[in-house]
Design a protein around this ligand. Structure first.
Ligand code: AP5
Length: 215
């Protein structure tokens, strides 16, 4: 199964990707997670990307494409993948088409998760993540069993630098300018499935599965 999860920051792409990987037995490929790891590791990529991410802007296409190309070439992505946060620009979408064509693969669906802006702001402001295993929580919607620590590995949870309100607004602006137009790109190719992203995460998962398997 080869699926793109499209949607604004905070729409629940990561939350749904983690559920879909066990449904379909394919890896989640999150360029955001990979970039944050590079920032934590202090690699040359991380040093370039860190300030850009903190400002709520997009990392330059070529840096992200190189990172993505490397990841998608790993054996576990041969059977399929859930793309979370890639592509985000027309250039990235065109590059993905070329890459898939060269591998004689094609996408099954592009799922756009749609959530009203004020709900997005509340979700991101309350988000807490585990820097070790990537688990995502929300202080009121899906809190960890013990406040402030990961349920799975007891690591102290963190708030992302870009989850401050002014950065959130900037990320939403960048999304509507640079990424939302991809909905038309995939609609024209007959791949777009639009799913309301409000409600219980498991109910949204059911809708996504239905839209992907039985459009
Ligand atoms: P990235 O990490 O991809 O962030 P994003 O797209 O802004 O998305 P988020 O991770 O904020 O949200 P999400 O949709 O995954 O929501 P989540 O499931 O966590 O990118 C970060 C940065 O990296 C970018 O700004 C850019 O700088 C750079 N970057 C990454 N990829 C790039 C690319 N391709 N090109 C250029 N730059 C790139 O959920 C959010 C919260 O809501 C959580 O607390 C969760 O518990 C809660 N929640 C989830 N579902 C529900 C629900 N149904 N009801 C209530 N609460 C819910």
């Amino acid at each position: 199964m080869k699926i793109i999860l499209l949607g604004p920051p905070g729409a629940g792409k990561g939350t749904q990707a983690k559920k879909l990987i066990s449904e379909f037995q394919v890896p989640q490929i999150s360029t955001g997670d990979m970039l944050r790891q590079a920032v934590r590791d202090g690699t040359p990529l991380g040093q370039k990307a860190g300030p850009i991410m903190q400002a709520g802007q997009l990392v330059p296409d070529q840096l992200v494409i190189d990172l993505f190309e490397d990841r998608i070439s790993k054996p576990d992505a041969g059977r399929g993948f859930i793309l979370d946060g890639f592509p985000r620009t027309a250039i990235q979408a065109q590059k993905l088409d070329q890459l898939l064509e060269s591998r004689k693969q094609s996408l099954d669906a592009v799922v756009s998760i749609d959530v009203p802006e004020e709900a997005l702001v509340a979700r991101m402001a309350g988000r807490r993540s585990c820097p070790k295993d990537g688990s995502v929580y929300h202080v009121t919607q899906s809190p960890p069993k013990k406040a402030g620590v990961c349920d799975h590995c007891s690591t102290p949870l963190i708030q992302r630098d870009d989850d401050k309100e002014d950065r959130i607004r900037e990320r939403l602006r960048v999304y509507s300018q640079q990424t939302a137009p991809l909905k038309d790109y995939y609609r024209e190719r007959g791949l777009l499935r639009e799913i309301p992203g409000v409600g219980a995460p498991d109910a949204i998962l059911t809708e996504i599965k239905r839209a992907v398997v039985d459009p």
